[in-house]
Design a protein around this ligand. Structure first.
Ligand code: PMP
Length: 457
């Protein structure tokens, strides 16, 4: 029992009063009743410990209840929880300056929000005002938010509702080199290669040409001549750590700019060092966005989000008044500031690179061992393992089979995520404080779970 509340009571309240649809995404047959956390660990109400490799969906960046961040939160909570940004207060200005210092020029104008959906909603509004255009393009399989505007950006049937959402949003083919019609082992920036053969000559990616061709076709067929924006996740998150051919975003950004649009990098999952090689995912694509949106890892689990843009776009946006009661709240800013300090002090990005690359390499060995492990991909601690019936047909492993393996992994003490348009991809996005030993433990557990699954067949 927790505070006098039994598991049965929690489940009953959950189905009736606690966003009743969440029972659909409880995932586990036997749910984990989470009670407490410390760094990469969670404990349930019975005191059982779990290695958390999903981090509240890629959100806990430096560690659950990170001591330094918790202390910063406590200190600020005792001084001032809330005032709004119409009053200058030190935590707000300290934070905006610190966040801006993590972005390259000219991305310096910071707008604070409370979630990723809100950040993308705001970015879409800015892009439309700045360009005077309306149409926005995103990649299929993407997730950019769940509100009526951002649902138009999101392109994953599981999250869609049959309402008029996000007028002017067009979703184009995702350049997925594993599941898409064109692909290859050298086409993406990952320490591990795909199982697909590559037909590309060095420096010339045929797959990329085809996928860019699809984007051009979208321009020719589905939008008016000029567009407002293109949204791209540097690596798809909910889509299942989908990576694009190396030059895709670079060429896409150029085409978008030729059509009057601005380029928006959705760093909600990929930011704050998660990809290891860079602080921001877009830097791994060698592109410069006009707007960057962020959330999740920004607050290590505290509800925060941000939009950062150029002075020119900020000037276009200043023609009206934009106000957000909680955005830039002192408690959020103190936490955000401490998260940025901890990322630097703990070497979080370096851990992502080192442990992530190690984990990817070990998982690739399981891919080579098992027919059902179709693809291992990602960068740093943004990892996807795509499960298939077999490597030739690449038919997605059934939801029932995915659930069996998923439950087994949990029963052995590790929490991971699921994603992909068909729910066929395991997602590994832990707090970025995990160790090589944690990675080894997970690989052993994953190996055993697939072994068990095969045994039952
Ligand atoms: N963008 C991306 C890439 C995301 O993964 C998500 C959340 N899964 C969002 C935006 C929306 O963020 P939030 O849930 O904070 O609204």
């Amino acid at each position: 029992e927790y505070r006098g509340m039994s598991k049965e009571q929690m489940l009953a309240i959950r189905t009736r009063a606690c966003n009743p649809m969440t029972t659909k995404v409880t995932h586990y047959k036997k749910p984990v009743f989470v009670h407490q956390g410390h760094m990469q660990w969670l404990w349930d109400v019975d005191g059982r410990r779990y290695l958390d490799l999903f981090a509240g969906v890629a959100t806990v960046s430096v560690g659950h209840c990170h001591p330094k961040v918790a202390a910063a939160a406590e200190q600020q909570a005792k001084r001032l929880w809330h005032t709004t940004s119409i009053y200058p207060h030190a935590p707000l200005h300290e934070y905006c300056e610190k966040l801006a210092s993590h972005l390259p020029e000219p991305l310096q104008a910071v707008y604070l929000t409370n979630s990723g959906s809100e950040a993308n909603d705001l970015a879409m509004l800015m892009a439309r005002l700045h360009t005077g255009n309306f149409d926005v393009i995103t990649l299929r399989g993407s997730y950019h938010g769940g509100g009526p505007q951002t649902l138009g950006l999101t392109s994953n049937a599981a999250y869609k509702y049959p309402i008029a959402n996000g007028f002017g949003c067009t979703n184009t083919m995702c350049p997925d080199v594993f599941r898409g019609p064109w692909g290859g082992s050298h086409c993406r920036d990952s320490p591990v290669q795909t199982t697909r053969d590559c037909s590309c000559a060095p420096g010339h990616c045929v797959a990329n040409e085809h996928y860019i061709g699809q984007l051009k076709e979208t321009f020719d067929t589905s939008v008016p001549r000029r567009i407002a924006a293109f949204f791209g996740e540097p690596i798809q998150g909910v889509g299942g750590a989908v990576q694009y051919p190396n030059n895709y975003l670079k060429e896409a950004f150029q085409l978008v700019r030729e059509r009057g649009g601005v380029c928006i990098a959705d760093e909600v999952q990929t930011g704050f060092g998660r990809t290891g090689s860079h602080f921001w995912g877009f830097q791994g694509h060698d592109v410069m966005p006009d707007i960057v949106t962020m959330a999740k890892g920004i607050g290590n689990g505290f509800p925060m989000g941000a939009v950062v843009t150029t002075p020119e776009i900020a000037a276009s946006f200043a023609t009206g008044v934009h106000f957000n009661t909680f955005g830039g709240n002192p408690l959020a800013c103190a936490i955000g500031s401490s998260v940025l300090d901890s990322i630097r002090e703990d070497g979080t990005q370096q851990i992502s690179l080192r442990v992530g690359t190690y984990l990817l390499t070990r998982l690739a060995q399981l891919r080579d061992k098992y027919e059902v492990v179709g693809d291992v991909r990602g960068k740093g601690l943004m990892i996807g393992v795509e499960m298939v019936k077999d490597k030739v047909s690449k038919e997605p492993l059934s939801p029932e089979a995915m659930n069996e393996i998923f439950e087994d992994i949990k029963d052995m003490g590790v929490l991971i995520g699921k994603g992909g348009v068909y729910g066929q991809t395991f997602r590994i996005k832990p707090p970025m404080c995990i160790t090589k030993e944690d990675a080894d433990f997970f690989v052993a557990v994953f190996d055993r779970s697939i072994h068990n699954y095969m045994d039952r067949r």
